[in-house]
Each structure stands twice: as C-alpha cells, then as structure tokens.
Design a protein. Structure first.
Length: 349
C-alpha cells in the first residue's frame, strides 16, 4: 500500500513540475517508468532476509500490533522510491525562466476639430448632435491612452479648447464643458482645420492626425477648406473628415430667444460632403458620413483601427537551474537510509 502511495506522490510531483519548469534533459523522465518495477521487486523480496523465531503461539504478541521498527522499515521502502524519483528529476535538469518585456510606445498626435455651431444642437441624434459627438469622442480618447490628443472647436472662428496633451483626465473634463454659442455664429471649416494643423505642425510624431467633424457647409472664415487641406498635406497631417447628420429633415435651432433658448423647426440636412471628401483625399485620410450615434461610434472605431498606436516590444528571458533541491533531497534521504540500515536494521545473510 505504501508503494502505491509513494508512486502516486511521484506522479503528482511530476505533473506539477512539468507545468512549473522547463527541462533541459527531459529524456531522463523515461527512467520514471522503472520505478514500478523497482517497487515490485522490493515488495517481493521484502521478507527474504528477515529472522524468524519459532514459538508455540503468537497470541502474546498480537496486542502489540506491528512493531514500530517495522513501520519505519516500510516508510523507508516507500521513501526510497521517492528518493529515486527526486534524483531522476535532478537528472532532467528543471529550469525556471524569468521573462520580461521592454515596451516602447510610439504615440500618435491627434487633434479633434469639432464644429460647435448652433446646427449641432439638431435633435436627429439623442439628445443632439453635439452631445452625442462629445460622448463618442471621449470614448475614443479612453481607448488611446498612449496618444497625445487635443481639441479645437469652431463656429465662424476657431478656438483651441485643449492643446496636445497626454493628460486625458483634463482633456475629458474640458471636453465635457464644450458648448455652442460661445463663439461668433457660422461655420468656418477651413479656419477650424487650419488651427488644428497649426497645433500639429511642430510635432515630432511620425503620425499626425486631425479628426474633423462638421454638420454643415463652410460659410465663414478667411481660409478656405481646400487651402487648409493643402497646408495639412504640407506638414504631413492626415485628416479624417466626418459629416454629422441624418438624411432628410431634422429638428434644428432656427432662432435664438432673448433668454438664450432656441426656437426649433424642421430643416433639411445639408452637409458639404464634396468638400469634406476633397479634404480627406488631399491629405491621405478618409471621409465618413455619420447618420446616427451608432454610425458615429463605428466610424471612431474604424479610425481607431486605422491609427493603431505603434508598439515595439523586446522580450528578454533568463533561465536558472533548479535541480539542486531535488538532487540534495534525494542524496540526503539515501544517506539517512544507509545510516539507519547499518545501525538499526542490519540483515542476516
């Protein structure tokens, strides 16, 4: 029974080590197959060198059960199997490997240029185009922690709400404060793009990107959209343009009251898609049309895939020998076994 227990311990130990270490000489594991044969041989020859005493009756010895020395002998027999297994493990040379990575990220500089004119309060998005655009953009920012991102807002004139920064907590706080009506009314796509490019032109990043959102047509500003696109191309800035607005008619502000609230009416959605497409083509970007909040989310996801942060990963590993404890434990047990056998468990030939 003890042989079975010992062999079970060996098997479980081997399974544990196999997953915990790598082995330099795993061919020695074939020797483990000899252990059942050794155990069988020792069991069959267990009593051959034992001295017997003839007595008329064994009744006087039954109360004592199995002598303590006999128990120790049995444990020693089982221990020899474990000791042999430990030496075989040592021969297989278990090794632990410690690995680590040296990660160097190459972030992308991104400016989001967002139209905040009154038409962005149109309610074909819930609650309106502006709030929906802000929400989706902030999710995009969350997904790109290694990039420097900034925000330019524009109506008839542009304003840098947040310069390029890696402090995305500050960026999102200022992003959430964006409102319409704080700048001169109108839509100056060219001025908004030119301001975004100006924030990127001195960047040493290998990838410079503007995400330009608009829901209307250029009707203000001293710089025309295609001129701004040419400037972007000169400085190596790629522009992704997004036309925000559903098809047909939308409930849109048409007049502002004295108290600052808006009068809404159903107005036909008019987006200068031709110009937005031309800007994207000029700079090597792409034009997207967002007719719903869900579509806008998919567009940002697609831009995210197109502009994945470049990561260079160098892997290092170091191996160290782990056979010493197994070799030492096997030799120590064999040494104790020899001492006990020579002093207390001598056999008679």
């Amino acid at each position: 029974m003890l042989y079975i227990i010992a062999f079970s311990v060996v098997c479980m130990g081997w399974l544990f080590l196999k997953d915990s270490y790598e082995f330099a000489d795993p061919q020695f594991f074939w020797l483990l197959m000899l252990l059942p044969l050794v155990a069988l041989y020792r069991w069959m020859n267990l009593g051959k060198h034992r001295v017997t005493i003839k007595a008329p009756s064994s009744q006087a010895f039954e109360q004592f059960g199995l002598p303590w020395k006999r128990w120790i002998q049995l444990l020693m027999e089982a221990g020899r199997i474990v000791a042999l297994a430990a030496l075989i493990m040592a021969l297989a040379r278990p090794q632990s490997s410690r690995s680590w990575e040296d990660r160097r990220t190459e972030g992308i500089d991104i400016i989001i240029a967002m139209d905040v004119s009154a038409s962005m309060l149109a309610q074909d998005f819930k609650p309106n185009r502006l709030e929906s655009s802000k929400e989706v953009a902030m999710e995009f920012i969350n997904a790109r922690p290694d990039d420097r991102i900034g925000l330019v807002v524009y109506e008839a004139e542009p304003f840098t709400q947040v310069p390029l920064t890696t402090d995305h907590t500050v960026l999102q706080r200022l992003f959430s404060q964006v409102k319409t009506g704080r700048l001169e009314s109108g839509t100056a796509i060219g001025m908004g793009l030119a301001t975004a490019v100006n924030r990127l032109k001195d960047s040493d990043s290998k990838s410079k990107v503007v995400i330009l959102l608009s829901d209307g047509e250029n009707n203000s500003g001293a710089i025309q959209p295609l001129d701004a696109a040419s400037i972007a191309r000169t400085f190596g800035v790629r522009v992704y343009t997004i036309g925000v607005g559903s098809s047909g008619y939308a409930r849109t502000p048409v007049q502002i009251r004295a108290d600052g609230s808006y009068v809404y009416d159903r107005v036909q959605v008019q987006i200068d898609e031709k110009t937005l497409q031309a800007i994207a083509d000029e700079t090597g970007g792409r034009y997207f049309r967002a007719t719903s909040a869900q579509k806008l989310e998919r567009i940002y996801s697609e831009i995210d895939e197109l502009e994945k942060t470049r990561i260079q990963v160098t892997e290092y590993s170091k191996r160290s020998e782990q056979y010493y404890p197994y070799a030492l434990s096997g030799l120590i047990f064999i040494g104790f076994d020899l001492i006990l056998m020579s002093l207390f468990f001598r056999t008679i030939d």
